[in-house]
Design a protein around this ligand. Structure first.
Ligand code: IYR
Length: 224
């Protein structure tokens, strides 16, 4: 028996008041998400990381290729190797590769090449994009809209972590090739983003940023 190509689908019809309430609650929840750079070393159960990965895996993807792999690291030695390699690249970037305009743009974030949190956090999840797929016969197959698909999965991942009361950061050491080597990933996987995950440190601070208002975010029925 082969699976049917299409199956029935429906979602519950909710009263409008409940739709609005749920929308408001979710918006309020997500409004409290911040990128965190000061973490506690308090352990986080593996099951919570599994749930966030499963949630990320619900993302839409081009041709449903699901072109992502989530590589989860809790091993201290691996975390140390990642920190050393990331700081080596970041130091080069901050001191030589990033132009003054870029350094000025990220100045409000208070970042520099030092990434001690890569050793502090209980978990690092490195997301890899599958630049091409491998079919059942071991032949390579084309993937579609890979960056868009992986980007959406990462958004869901960050939302899932926040919903569980965990903090993270979208960290993009550049270049990221060292992650392929340290984590022993195959040639069809390319490092996309790195998420340090844990609880915020007791003395954690975040930049005092403002988000765009609805007026700045959206345009309705533009006249042409
Ligand atoms: N990748 C570096 C630099 C950096 C770049 C941007 I754009 C930021 O928003 C923040 C930092 C780093 O992770 O420090």
């Amino acid at each position: 028996m082969t699976d049917p190509p299409f199956v029935p689908y429906s979602i519950p019809v909710l009263p409008e008041a409940e739709m609005r309430l749920r929308g408001q609650i979710f918006c309020d929840l997500m409004s409290r998400r911040r990128s965190v750079r000061h973490f506690s070393s308090k352990p986080v159960p593996k099951e919570l990381i599994e749930l966030a990965i499963l949630t990320a895996g619900t993302s839409p993807s081009g041709a449903h290729r699901q072109p992502w792999k989530f590589v989860a690291v809790s091993d201290s030695e691996l975390k140390t190797r990642i920190r050393i390699a990331a700081e080596e690249e970041e130091r080069e970037s901050y001191e030589h590769r990033m132009p003054p305009e870029w350094l000025a743009a990220i100045e409000p974030m208070g970042t520099d090449w030092q990434k001690p949190y890569l050793e502090t956090v209980p978990w690092i999840v490195v997301v890899f994009e599958e630049t091409f797929g491998i079919d059942a016969n071991g032949e390579s197959i084309k993937n579609y809209y890979v960056k868009e698909s992986v980007g959406m999965a990462c958004g869901l991942f960050a939302a899932a972590l926040h919903n569980m009361g965990l903090a993270t950061l979208t960290h993009t050491p550049s270049p990221m090739q060292f992650l392929t080597e340290i984590l022993g990933r195959p040639e069809n996987e390319k490092p996309y983003i790195l998420f340090p995950i844990g609880y915020p440190a007791d003395d954690a601070v975040v930049p005092n940023l403002q988000r765009k208002s609805l007026e700045d975010l959206a345009v309705w029925n533009p006249e042409t």
